[in-house]
Design a protein around this ligand. Structure first.
Ligand SMILES: Cc1ncc(COP(=O)(O)O)c(C=O)c1O
Length: 383
């Protein structure tokens, strides 16, 4: 292993998650796998082929570069939908590549129409409607002009979808806002229908909406976090377990992050450990040096706080997390040697460090923590 740590992605966990998600979807609803943010840190290059093997044929990304990465590694010509950034100069390439793209302002629509005129290839578009998230999407007062422009240029595009995104379906605190968004979307949908449009997919649901508000599933769902084995919020998990007989979590985490002990060091009572004076040895101590630091995505905020697993035992980070290394206290552990496996996220025997626990300590959400795991840590699929 050249890199100081590695990431393993579990195929069986993904299978279990897909089975669970499908059990939650109404008949005929298409599943789009959201792989933006480097497949939520799992790695587009390993995750996409794995998902394809399990029958996934639609991927959603944020930007054109991510679409290119999905296209390069996919084997079964999936549909690829870009929900966010495409540089104007890349629009023609996107159309020629057959990517579907969100259209949320007149500038992008005009430019796509022009590209379609120049190339003779119809642009595959999803019209995004502003229902209350206030991020991207056409406002209600823009709809008449939008419909006119679409009617005038019918030969230039394929209307793959109309869509919107909810502003926090994972939290009950947002119930009123989400309900308002749902009814606005229905109203806008009627307007499109009246104007004679028949989009292939009406889609609004992310993970939380798909499980909490099943009526938002419509024709297609855009599922990210659930497929990787995480709940969008603890509230969503609690709501799920309250409604089913089994109290166990049906989701399985795909990701494990592992390293090895680089060196072992003995420190005398009364000595400070690492940079500065944040940790004073109160007894003679034995430490393991782990070659992972904040450069590798292990937050400095976990200094004197984080936990890892070595030799089937939970051990604590002592001193400051360095750029490339951290120290853990193994004074009371049996038989730990240089080269022993270290678990940063995942399971060893009966002991587990979940991303949620890791996230709570470092005050970061699953979403943020996962997507911050650096691109260059080698990832491989395991059974
Ligand atoms: C437009 C859009 N759709 C779907 C998703 C997927 O969300 P989740 O990971 O909660 O399923 C996201 C993620 O933030 C998004 O921005």
């Amino acid at each position: 292993m050249l890199h100081p740590s590695k990431i393993e992605i579990s195929k069986s966990a993904f299978k279990a998650n897909i089975k669970f998600i499908k059990s939650k979807l109404k008949k005929g609803v298409r599943f789009s796998s959201v792989v933006k943010g480097n497949a939520y840190g799992h790695g587009i290059e390993v995750f996409v082929p794995l998902a394809e093997e399990e029958g996934v044929d639609h991927f959603s990304v944020f930007s054109a570069d991510e679409a290119m990465r999905v296209m390069r590694v996919s084997k079964q010509k999936p549909d690829i939908m870009i929900m966010g950034m495409i540089d104007d100069d890349s629009l023609e390439w996107c159309v020629r590549s057959g990517f579907e793209c969100f259209v949320f302002d007149f500038e992008r629509l005009q430019k796509l129409i022009q590209v379609a005129k120049n190339t003779g290839i119809k642009a595959k578009i999803h019209i995004e409607l502003e229902t209350g998230m206030n991020r991207t999407g056409f406002d209600e007062q823009e709809l008449d002009a939008l419909i006119k422009l679409l009617q005038k240029n019918k030969e230039r595009y394929v209307l793959k979808g109309i869509c919107t995104h909810f502003a926090g379906a994972e939290s009950l605190a947002n119930y009123v806002r989400i309900t308002g968004q749902k009814s606005k979307f229905r109203k806008f949908n009627k307007k499109f229908q009246k104007a004679g449009f028949e989009p292939e997919y009406r889609h609004t649901a992310c993970s939380a909406a798909a499980v909490r508000y099943p009526d938002t599933q419509m024709d297609l769902v855009r599922i990210g976090i659930l497929q990787y084995g995480f709940w969008p919020s603890t509230e969503t998990l609690v709501q799920h377990t309250a409604n089913v007989e089994s109290q166990s979590d049906p989701l399985k985490r795909l990701i494990s992050w592992k390293s090895n002990v680089m060196s072992i060091k003995n420190v005398n009572k009364g000595e400070y450990i690492g940079y500065g004076m944040t940790f004073l040895a109160q007894q003679n101590m034995k430490l393991a040096v782990v070659p992972v630091g904040y450069h590798h995505g292990f937050s400095r905020s976990l200094s004197n706080l984080g936990r890892l697993i070595i030799g089937g035992q939970r051990v604590s980070v002592v001193g400051l997390v360095n750029m490339n290394a951290l120290l853990v206290d193994i004074t009371n552990c049996n038989h730990i040697e240089r080269g022993d496996e270290v678990i940063l996220i995942g399971r060893q025997g009966d002991v587990e460090i979940s991303v949620a626990a890791f996230g709570e300590l470092s005050n970061r959400l699953n979403y943020e923590l996962l997507t911050r795991i650096p691109l260059d840590i080698p990832r491989k699929v395991v059974l």
